[in-house]
Design a binder for this molecule. Structure first.
Ligand code: ADP
Length: 271
């Protein structure tokens, strides 16, 4: 580094200071790696016990054993909470994988338009009695090169958040298009409660919630948006969030510009 050389020549003291700073940074990197490894190991170790618990609870609940009848409610509660724990462990494992530069992600052509149509169906099932109006606007047929499972998980996190946070009868729109800067975008727009501006930069932090009580009620792991952020970063993209309190939110996955000019398909709305 020319700066270090210069200051070494003119001020040996400052050079020493800089050298110390470099050492300190490498110590921080090491600590950070230890933290990552620790989280990955804990999640991995919890996987088996949680799976065993779910299995036994399933057997007990469906056994029809009369002696267990009076424990039906607590057993069902245990099952629900164990499933929640399992979802958290799965999300932590996925985050650890994404966070580790050594893990290679698949690189395949992903048919995003088909994926969007499938997600509309799944979103309608998740919405159930809440009867949201869910539709897709597919404005380009271009696909995406990347890791199919991880991309699907990121997209679904946004769609399921929209369904879970938007009150009954609200509107949810999934959109796949190329913006004016030729970047491909997968956007999820909802007419939900919206989010105050000061929360927005922190939403992708692990376990950050605007309203912890409400989020637990609607059943998330608190890791969804952190996963979205990491998946997008691994694909050279980013998460763009716009929200107006009382009107709704738009979460957009933005991918690097497409190279060749792809023909734009006619707007393909499915109501
Ligand atoms: P969670 O599992 O709690 O939903 P996420 O990481 O997916 O975790 O989201 C973080 C927080 O962002 C949520 O707890 C919620 O407060 C807020 N949030 C996410 N999506 C929406 C949305 N579509 N509308 C309003 N708030 C949202």
């Amino acid at each position: 580094d020319p700066n270090v050389m210069l200051s070494f020549r003119f001020s040996p003291y400052r050079a020493r200071q800089r050298l110390l700073m470099v050492r300190d940074v490498s110590r921080l990197t090491r600590l950070e790696q230890m933290r990552k490894d620790f989280v990955a190991n804990v999640s991995h170790e919890l996987r088996t016990p949680v799976t065993v618990l779910i299995g036994y609870l399933e057997t007990m609940l469906s056994s029809g054993d009369e002696k267990l009848a009076r424990y039906q409610r607590p057993l069902a509660q245990m099952q629900a909470q164990t499933k929640r724990m399992s979802a958290i462990v799965d999300d932590l494992l996925l985050l650890s994988r994404l966070d580790d530069e050594r893990t290679r992600l698949a690189q395949e052509e992903v048919d995003v338009p088909s994926l969007v149509c499938m997600m509309v169906e799944d979103a309608r099932i998740l919405s159930g009695e809440a009867q949201h109006q869910i539709e897709a606007e597919i404005e380009t047929q271009v696909g995406l090169s990347g890791a199919p499972k991880e991309l699907q998980s990121a997209f679904w996190n946004l769609v399921s958040n929209a369904v879970r946070y938007t009150p009954t009868g609200g509107q949810i729109t999934l959109r796949w298009y190329i913006d004016t800067q030729r970047q491909v975008r997968f956007e999820v727009r909802d007419t939900g409660p919206g989010i105050e501006a000061h929360h927005i930069p922190r939403l992708t932090e692990r376990f950050y919630r605007v309203d912890a009580g409400r989020s637990r009620e609607v059943g998330g792991t608190g890791l969804g948006l952190a996963i979205v952020k990491h998946v997008l970063e691994r694909h050279g993209g980013y998460l763009d969030i716009h929200s107006v309190v009382g009107q709704g939110s738009t979460f957009a996955c933005v991918f690097p510009p497409v190279r060749q000019t792809a023909p734009r398909a006619a707007s393909n709305k499915s109501a």
